[in-house]
Design a protein around this ligand. Structure first.
Ligand SMILES: Nc1ncnc2c1ncn2[C@@H]1O[C@H](COP(=O)(O)OP(=O)(O)OP(=O)(O)O)[C@@H](O)[C@H]1O
Length: 352
């Protein structure tokens, strides 16, 4: 496997940054979605970004991957240790991906009518200079590239546990397998950094466990640094080496899982969020009795949200083509009109 070199110790990182956002501020009209946010992902680590609903987590991912252009702040990526730093701010999403930063989405985005293998192959073909179109047109030298992309796609499908399901239609997969397929597709472009946006949303407990193991293997066996948004605190605590907490667009805490769990500002942010208030009295009493840490409280409150997410996600199909085109246009628009963010994807994210 081309990407199987373990370059760093499991999950802990080297201490050197690989991706950093500094002073990022993102506004939508009068709403400040991110307020002077600085986050640093260290090479080889798993960093979780948590926070109540609407805290700005997905907005941060969208800034890091070129979907949104923040009004202020810098975003930089260093592909190789000691190499030059590349500014990702204002870079189009597909160029961010080509630079080595890949992502999955909160709402699964697959080519539902294509096979499992084809879904990954399209992403793998972006590594070829002439891209999927060059391969489709049969341009010189592309047959070999197409074979290599197919081989690499199979490797990634094996890696995520989808061996034997290559020729199934993507929409026929179980929900947990669709999440795995999304991850395989994100891995197909050989990223240095992987951003996972709620990979366990809508999955059942055993699928969650499997996903936690997969995230750890991506980190340790492929040597990929991971930024993880996840509401399931058990999963977060089991895989993350550090956690950054957002609330109302601001970083309110950053540290080890143990430090963050005991941080009064974090406890306040979660206890003060609507999620807890919306729980039934019985569930709340149970949570109080059983939950000694913010972890448990959050895990309890997220269950309902995930059920809703699952329904939304299964019915809300967005093709990759739509995504790439919309995002590219959106970035261009934003580059000119820095105060206005509009477009299908923005609307979709905003209307969650
Ligand atoms: N395109 C947009 N237009 C307007 N407002 C937006 C847009 N995208 C995000 N927002 C707003 O920015 C804030 C942060 O949203 P974001 O989706 O980043 O939060 P989040 O922490 O990811 O929430 P969740 O956990 O529910 O996914 C919210 O108030 C949201 O409504």
């Amino acid at each position: 496997m081309t990407t199987s070199t373990q370059t760093v110790p499991a999950g802990t990182g080297t201490g050197e940054p690989v991706l950093r956002a500094q002073g990022v501020t993102l506004r939508f009209g009068g709403l400040t979605s991110l307020d002077d946010v600085s986050v640093e992902l260290r090479r080889g680590e798993i960093l979780a970004v948590i926070g109540p609903n609407g805290a700005g987590k997905t907005s941060l991912f969208n800034c890091l991957t070129g979907v949104y252009l923040p009004q202020e702040g810098g975003i930089e990526f260093q592909a190789e240790p000691g190499g030059s730093w590349l500014s990702l701010r204002g870079r189009k999403p597909h160029l961010v991906n080509r630079a080595g930063v890949s992502r999955t989405f909160q709402n699964i985005r697959l080519f539902n009518a294509l096979t499992v293998l084809e879904n990954v192959q399209i992403a793998a073909e972006t590594r070829v200079a002439s891209g999927p179109v060059g391969i489709m047109l049969g341009l010189p030298g592309n047959n070999k590239a197409a074979r290599a992309a197919r081989h690499h796609s199979r490797e990634m499908l094996d890696f995520v546990g989808l061996r034997g399901k290559e020729s199934l239609i993507a929409s026929g997969l179980s929900y947990g397998d669709q999440r795995r397929l999304e991850i395989a597709r994100a891995l197909a472009s050989d990223p240095k950094v992987l951003l996972l946006d709620e990979p366990a949303a809508g999955t059942n407990p055993s699928e969650k466990l499997g996903l936690a193991q997969l995230i750890q293997r991506i980190n340790t066996e492929l040597g990929i640094s991971i930024l993880l948004i996840e509401h399931d605190m058990r999963l977060v605590m089991s895989v993350a080496s550090r956690i950054t907490v957002l609330n109302f667009g601001k970083v309110i805490a950053s540290g080890s899982p143990a430090e963050v769990q005991q941080n009064p500002a974090v406890i306040e942010a979660y206890l003060g969020s609507g999620a807890v208030a919306e729980e039934s009295v019985e569930a709340e009493a149970e949570a109080e009795a059983e939950a000694e840490t913010v972890t448990d409280v959050v895990t309890e409150t997220v269950t309902e949200t995930e059920t809703v997410t699952e329904v939304d996600t299964v019915t809300d199909v967005v093709t990759e083509t739509d995504v790439v085109e919309t995002e590219a246009v959106e970035t261009e628009t934003e580059a000119v009109e820095t105060d206005t963010v509009a477009g299908t994807d923005a609307d979709e994210e905003g209307s969650k």
